[in-house]
Ligand binder design. Structure first.
Ligand code: BTN
Length: 285
């Protein structure tokens, strides 16, 4: 007879499976135990710390990283009072409405390759969202996941050094889950699992799936480089072939034509190809 853990493990995408007459979504809670029961890998999620409220899970993870936290340690919060987005923006982090988590990794890569970790995490989240929510999630280079053109997830990778070279990377992932609507300027640009599917997702399933996918993608990247997932990444791109506005030191309209194997975006403006670096621009379409 299968034990309870095996049944849960096999059922991430099968809500019909029951344990002792209970639907799995009712028994797998969004806490450390619930998420851990669904993990398949050995490293990512080996330690998961849940908080009711923090300023930012990226800040908690940074402190844990400097205190020597192991590769794969994960920080999750039900609420952030100062959730941070890229380019100094804030990240809406209302109580219980989303997944706010940060993963610590210790890759032996150059600082210049850190932006690729953001791309890899984006691919992992995109795949997990497609699988669990059955939506057509796509990756908006470099750090957004979008559904029907609206942002459902943002990723913020930050790297730290304790001396020479890079010590660790914190990859912060924010996924809008239960938000019924967005207000103000977010109304036209943000979406959530609830808005897209009309259903309240089990956040333990979704987070476990994100961490399971990240375990595969991260170690494939460490072993083989971004090439290992390059074709899939491009196939899931929301920007290739689109007209985009590049906002950086210079602002201009261009056609996004490719993503390099080193992770940069290639655009065409005024007949000329230009390389766009993730940390230098924001992109609108
Ligand atoms: C962006 O799209 O601007 C990036 C958003 C990143 C948000 C996540 S939520 C968990 C982690 N903690 C933070 O303060 N930020 C990231």
């Amino acid at each position: 007879m299968k034990d309870k853990k095996t049944i849960i493990h096999n059922s991430v995408n099968n809500e019909a499976v029951t344990v002792k007459g209970h639907r799995l979504s009712d028994i797998v809670e969004f806490n450390e135990k619930g998420v851990k029961a669904l993990l398949e890998g050995k490293v990512i999620g080996n330690s998961i710390v849940f908080f009711d409220s923090v300023v930012s899970t990226n800040d908690e993870a940074k402190n844990m990283g400097f205190d020597g936290a192991r590769e794969g340690s994960v920080v999750v919060a039900l609420k952030q009072t100062g959730g941070r987005g890229s380019k100094g923006r804030s990240w809406l982090s209302c109580d219980g409405e989303g997944i706010f988590c940060s993963v610590i990794t210790r890759p032996k890569i150059a600082f210049s390759d850190v932006p690729v970790i953001t791309l890899i995490a984006g691919l992992s989240v995109c795949r997990a969202l497609r699988k669990v929510t059955k939506t057509d999630a796509l990756i908006k280079w470099p750090n957004d996941i979008v559904i029907n053109g609206k942002k459902i997830c943002g990723i913020l990778s930050e790297s730290y050094t304790a001396g020479e070279g890079m010590d660790f990377v914190v990859t912060g992932i924010g996924i809008n889950c239960d938000n019924e609507k967005f207000e103000g300027e977010l109304e036209t640009i943000a979406t959530s699992v609830m808005i897209e599917t009309g259903e309240k997702i089990n956040k333990a399933y979704l987070l476990a799936e994100v961490l399971n996918e990240f375990e595969k993608d991260y170690f494939a990247f460490i072993k083989y480089g971004f090439e290992a997932m390059y074709d899939e990444y491009k196939a899931l791109s929301a920007v290739i072939g689109k007209n985009v506005r590049i906002n950086g030191a210079e602002s201009y309209y261009a056609e996004a034509v490719d993503i390099k194997k080193s992770g940069e975006l290639v655009v065409k403006a005024d007949g000329k190809e230009r390389t766009v670096y993730a940390n230098e621009v924001s992109l609108r379409f």
